[in-house]
Design a protein around this ligand. Structure first.
Ligand SMILES: [Zn+2]
Length: 217
């Protein structure tokens, strides 16, 4: 995208890393980043990540209008737009169809805080949306995602996949890996029949440490 070539390249590189790690499959999944002017740089619909170029990115207004780009924005744009409009602290959103998170999306309940990594990067339990919405209902999908939004940096869309957030694209990408790993561990401990949660006060302390002190002490 003209004027945002570097950021566009960063988005494509992130998508390729996620795909290489098995978190993205085919053309499913999408990424958005909030621009300094408040608009949204977002991946296009139905373009293979290996073939995607900076020129394929689309700029959306916070109201959903396509401001520039020759492609259609991802059909799941309402998830991104809804979250970026609802959470001023979020600068990037990544939606994947990663397998362990999708397994948890198919059961009841989200993911309790079961690790230090979740405290620091996710910042709380991962909620699950309340009801199924088919993905062709773009507006409904955005609404249901926003309805499950908490202060945590991730949520699960029922029978669909995870949405991960962060201050930056690097944060949101890291969150995808932590969510996928956490969902895998959660399935393992459920199979084991017992698990312990991280006490609530340590969840907030862990997140605060990651945001304000990590790498500085
Ligand atoms: Zn999806």
């Amino acid at each position: 995208m003209k004027g945002y070539e570097n950021l566009s390249e960063e988005i494509i590189a992130s998508c390729l890393r996620l795909k290489k790690s098995g978190l993205l499959l085919g053309t499913w999944g999408n990424v958005s980043v909030r621009l300094p002017d408040g608009n949204i740089l977002i991946t296009p619909s139905r373009v293979a990540y290996e073939e995607m170029t900076a020129d394929d990115m689309v700029v959306l207004s916070p109201g959903g209008e396509v401001l520039s780009g020759h492609r259609l924005p991802t059909s799941e744009r309402e998830i991104h737009r809804g979250i970026l409009n609802a959470r001023a602290d979020v600068g990037a959103v990544v939606h994947t169809h990663s397998p362990k998170a999708m397994a948890v999306c198919a059961r009841e309940g989200g993911v309790p805080v079961i690790s230090e990594e979740m405290c620091q990067v996710v910042g709380g339990e991962i909620p699950l949306t309340e009801k199924f919405v088919p993905s062709h209902d773009h507006v409904g999908l955005g609404r249901i995602a926003v309805s499950a939004l908490t202060e945590a940096n991730a949520l699960l869309i029922r029978n669909h996949g995870p949405v991960c957030m962060g201050r930056t694209l690097a944060d949101a990408e890291l969150c995808c890996f932590v969510v996928e790993k956490s969902c895998g561990i959660y399935l393992d401990v459920l199979a084991a029949g017992q698990f312990n949660r991280v006490p609530e006060r340590y969840v907030k302390a862990g997140r605060d440490y990651y945001l304000n002190q990590y790498g500085k002490t």
